[in-house]
Unconditional design. Structure first.
Ligand code: AMP
Length: 121
């Protein structure tokens, strides 16, 4: 099994500030927020990266966006706009290998994203 820190958040063996939960999906505030509202929406199924998504996962992966929009609307930040991001592997900046949709809201966000320096070899 692909066990990560998010497995422990799902199992409630470590605490998180949970914003939404059902049988398939969990949303909780990011511990290192990059915007006034920054939370993560994850499937409870431990899918490591976007590369590991199969057709059987399409329904729950789509649900991540729907739940994200509902939470932002509840927080009164939907009209101003917000950003969702799902990082993949090293170049994408992924650090936790359980897919998660970042949701950032509450301030204007720059585009394009900054260029990170990644050690090669
Ligand atoms: P990524 O770099 O896209 O894999 O994002 C991982 C995110 O998980 C980062 O924004 C971290 O701040 C966040 N994170 C790591 N551990 C926790 C935790 N225990 N509770 C909430 N967010 C976390």
């Amino acid at each position: 099994m692909n066990e990560t820190i998010f497995t422990h958040i799902i199992n409630k063996s470590i605490p998180a500030d949970i914003l939404y939960e059902d049988d398939e999906v969990l949303a909780f505030r990011d511990i290192n927020p990059q915007a006034p509202l920054h939370f993560l929406v994850i499937p409870k199924k431990p899918i490591a990266t976007i590369n590991d998504i199969t057709p059987a996962d399409y329904q729950v992966v789509g649900k991540l966006s729907g739940v994200a929009a509902e939470i932002v609307a509840q927080q009164g930040m939907a009209e101003q706009g917000f950003r969702t991001v799902m990082n993949c592997n090293e170049y994408g900046g992924q650090t936790v290998y359980h897919i998660h949709l970042h949701v950032l809201a509450g301030k204007p966000l720059g585009w394009p994203p900054y260029q990170a320096t990644i050690k090669q070899g």
